[in-house]
Design a protein around this ligand. Structure first.
Ligand code: FCB
Length: 454
């Protein structure tokens, strides 16, 4: 393989996780019921009826997990806080015991020199708020800001990097438009108010965090470079419509202070927007979190203007695929990053890659090791793609692999293994995969280069 590219000494290298996917301990220390607890309990929602009840038992094993990160030489860790641990019903005073857990986690990270990246919301809404309309209800945004204040009051002295939301697009599209994630509503375009309320929550959250003195505030989006299947006007218009829905709906308000043109969806004006909302949503950020998995190829629908949606996802072919059947296209990450810079120019803050990774059917071999060459190739390719974007002038400052551990992959249950550390869910035994060792060595090599260059 070609030598690895060089990165600045202070570049952050780490992994990412999310509360419901790893913590377990769903009934401990006053945690309330979240939409994901409810969703998992509904037959047929999650593959094989899997739930996050135990997950990786990280709530009890966080010390071991932090030690693993330290052994791998990682200097950053992105995790999320479970809202229901802090406010069981999503409102009112903070539950001290819930905060204690994250307090211990943050101290453990600090003791190992690992910079925490805290995400306040990674999809596990308090069920009590969902019962009042969830993200279709404007009030949820205000509840979120109150919750953000509680978490900052306890952890703001030790956590510098604050992210409001994880992937509002996926929350809206999977949770409220298609119904494949909690809360399982299939409202199609009627889900659009959820997008605005999520963004409003972000804006109000930023306001609360700033007032409390937070110095580094971010939003994490799931972004995909959109490619038209052909140069025809129809395919290009379809690609633009998809780009508006997936990417620009969650970028333009933040970096341009206005919603993109959604007329391809028959939407003349975004529902639910009130005076002052966009000013809040467009408040300056210190970084944008980019979650990248793959590009999207889009064509015009065959039914023409009568189609339910103005695009068809025709899929990317001719490239390797992950166990999830996601195409592996590292160059898409360079394309995405350069495209962001070109579209938003000075309004775009520095970027952290807050998720990137792949699932494979990894098994512990007879010799006790987990050999995952495809993941090594994946990580190698995407790290090079980031270096290429940096060479093109994009300010990328960190890379967080999804994920540290094999974990509860939402509607797929435990079937998709994304970890660089294998988890045997029967015994909770952790086994770093070959990719973890590769990542450790790669980081040492890339850091070594930046030292040599001084
Ligand atoms: C992202 C989610 C993350 C994980 C990966 C595979 O969309 O943010 O929780 O499920 O996909």
């Amino acid at each position: 393989m070609e030598p690895l590219p060089s990165f600045p000494e202070d570049f952050l290298w780490g992994t990412a996780t999310a509360a419901y996917q790893i913590e377990g301990a769903v009934r401990e220390d006053g945690r309330g019921v979240s939409t994901w607890d409810t969703f998992c309990a509904q037959p047929g929602r999650v593959r094989d009826g899997h739930t996050g009840e135990t997950a990786c038992d990280h709530y009890h094993r966080y010390r071991e997990d932090v030690a693993l990160m330290a052994e791998l030489g990682l200097n950053a860790y992105r995790f999320s806080v479970a809202w229901t641990r802090i406010q069981a019903d999503g409102r009112g005073p903070a539950n001290a015991k819930g905060l204690d857990f994250y307090d211990r986690l943050v101290d453990e990270l600090a003791a190992h020199g690992i910079t925490p990246f805290l995400t306040l919301y990674h999809w596990d809404l308090p069920q009590a708020l969902e019962d009042e309309g969830g993200w279709l209800n404007r009030d949820t945004a205000y509840r979120f800001a109150e919750y953000a204040g509680h978490v900052h009051a306890r952890l703001g002295d030790r956590v510098a990097h604050w992210t409001t939301l994880n992937e509002p697009f996926v929350q809206m599209a999977y949770g409220y438009a298609m119904g494949v994630h909690a809360p399982g509503q299939a409202l199609l375009m009627e889900a659009l108010p959820a997008a605005h309320h999520l963004l409003l929550a972000h804006g109000l959250g930023v306001q609360t965090l700033r007032e409390a003195g937070a110095s580094h505030v971010a939003l994490t989006n799931n972004l995909t470079p959109v490619r038209a299947e052909s140069d025809s006007d129809g395919d290009r218009a379809a690609a633009a419509a998809y780009d508006a829905l997936h990417n620009r709906l969650f970028l333009d308000p933040v970096f341009r202070g206005r919603y993109p043109d959604m007329s391809a969806y028959g939407v003349a004006e975004m529902p639910g927007v009130r005076d002052g909302d966009l000013e809040l949503i467009a408040a300056p950020l210190d970084s944008l979190g980019v979650n990248y998995y793959n590009p999207t190829r889009i064509a015009a629908p065959e039914e023409g203007p009568d189609a339910l949606l103005p695009f068809v996802d025709v899929g990317i072919t001719g490239v390797p695929r992950t166990a999830f059947d996601w195409p592996v296209v590292p160059s898409g990450l360079t394309e995405l990053l350069v495209g962001l810079r070109d579209s938003y120019s000075d309004a775009l803050p520095p970027i952290h890659i807050t998720e990137n990774g792949c699932s494979y059917d990894d098994e512990v071999g007879p010799d006790g090791t987990v050999n995952d060459p495809d993941r090594i190739a994946y990580l190698d390719g995407h790290i090079r793609a980031i270096a290429a974007a940096r060479d093109a002038g994009v300010d990328v400052r960190g890379y967080l692999v999804w994920s540290l551990l094999d974990n509860f992959e939402w509607a797929e249950g435990y079937h998709q293994r994304f970890g660089i550390v294998h988890v045997d869910f029967a015994t909770q035994r952790r086994t770093p995969k070959r990719s973890a060792e590769w990542y450790r060595d790669a980081i040492t090599e890339m850091r070594g280069k930046s030292l040599k260059r001084r």
